[in-house]
Design a protein around this ligand. Structure first.
Ligand SMILES: C[S@@+](CC[C@H](N)C(=O)[O-])C[C@H]1O[C@@H](n2cnc3c(N)ncnc32)[C@H](O)[C@@H]1O
Ligand code: SF4
Length: 361
């Protein structure tokens, strides 16, 4: 069996937002009047490009609409896009279809519309359950709006994620414990919990915003792991926690090194050794299709290690690693070995970048 074909995903990038958050370095821009027809035609072009590259047996196990703010996509456009997807690809009967939503860019009616088109997983960008920090993060929504959005989503979807950003400047461990407990009390099945990173090109980067110090960041991470574990929402990737059976299948596709296609500006794809990268700027994407590169086995192996070591429970086959580095990692207490699979320990996860350097051949 082709090792890259266990899962097979389609990522669709929606490039627009209502405003730009000061910490965000994702490929997204503000645009009040997108040309929906042209966007649809260009997504269609990307779909046909990929259709010619895959075999008739390849069956999609997940679709993920990310962004940007894909909950802004008009329902009729998404319906048309899904139609084009179904015309060109076969879909698994239990396919996972996720969409990212901002609390201020989705209504109850629109959630119903998404569900009726086939979306079965909603990922809501809540970011904080603290009103002042929502303002600090430049979010357009209040806490009340975020909570109403979650409440509405719970009436429609079983599979819901919220994104939260922690390790915000001056955030204490006890502040975060309270906030995280409140988030858990919402009773959701999936939580993406990211430590704030300061990206150079963003207003936060340019204005010298600092995250918490390293020691606090480690404590915040450990407390997060403890609280989530106690509540039965298990850590399955460095920043992702889910109740059993609710792990995001689409993201697992990336972390397990399986194949995926990527359509829309800035979207990437991997089909065995083929890497595809679309131009990030919308006009460049419209004019040019994806840039294609053949990865070497060494590059593919490196990617497999970088992605696979993020997974908490799965480990990666030891034979793809550098044996000297593996011995050293085990001696350091950064990893363990079980049945020819290599698993980072909690210390290893805290030092993941160093661990990757150590074990990559
Ligand atoms: C593609 S973004 C967009 C989701 C959606 N547009 C929103 O903002 O709600 C996915 C997630 O990445 C996280 N993120 C973005 N920039 C980040 C940063 N600098 N540090 C930590 N997390 C970040 C946020 O939690 C965000 O929800
Ligand atoms: S965090 Fe989300 S809403 Fe904010 S700019 Fe980035 S993609 Fe857009």
């Amino acid at each position: 069996m082709n090792p890259f074909s266990q899962l097979f995903g389609l990522y669709i990038h929606w490039p627009y937002c209502l405003s730009k958050c000061p910490y965000c370095d994702f490929a997204s821009v503000v645009c009040n009047q997108p040309d929906y027809e042209q966007l649809l035609t260009t997504y269609q072009r990307d779909i046909v490009f990929f259709k010619e590259k895959i075999s008739a047996d390849d069956c999609l196990t997940s679709i993920f609409l990310g962004g940007g703010t894909p909950s802004l996509i008009p329902l009729d456009m998404l319906e048309n896009l899904m139609h084009v997807i179904k015309e060109n690809f076969s879909l698994a009967s239990d396919i996972e279809i996720s969409i990212e939503a901002n609390p201020d860019a989705i209504t109850y009616e629109k959630m119903i519309g998404f569900r009726d088109i086939g979306v079965n997983r909603l990922s809501i960008g809540v970011q904080s359950l603290n009103e002042n920090d929502l303002l600090f993060l430049g979010r357009r929504h209040t806490l009340k709006k975020a909570l109403t959005c979650i409440e509405n989503a719970q009436k429609i979807f079983d599979n819901i994620n919220i994104d939260l950003i922690y390790a915000r400047p001056h955030q204490t461990v006890s502040d975060w414990e309270k906030e995280l407990t409140r988030a858990l009390n919402l009773g959701l099945n999936h939580y993406s919990l990211y430590q704030l990173t300061i990206e150079e090109n963003t207003p936060f980067g340019k204005n010298g915003v600092k995250t918490v110090d390293e020691q606090t960041a480690v404590e915040l991470y450990q407390v997060t792991e403890d609280i989530m574990k106690k509540n039965g929402v298990c850590s399955y990737e460095i920043s992702n926690y889910a109740k059993a059976g609710y792990e995001c299948r689409h993201n697992l596709t990336y972390w397990r090194g399986c194949n995926y296609m990527g359509i829309g500006p800035a979207a990437q794809g991997r089909l065995n050794y083929l890497e595809t990268i679309n131009p990030s700027r919308v006009p460049d994407w419209i004019t040019n299709g994806p840039k294609c590169t053949q990865l070497t086995p060494t590059e593919k192996n490196e990617e497999r290690i970088i992605m696979g070591l993020r997974l908490k429970k799965e480990g990666i086959p030891v034979h793809i690693l550098n044996p000297v580095g593996v011995d050293k990692a085990i001696q350091n207490g950064w990893a363990t070995l079980r049945q020819d699979f290599f698993y980072p320990t909690e210390t290893g996860f805290l030092l993941l970048n160093q661990l990757i350097l150590l074990v990559t051949p």
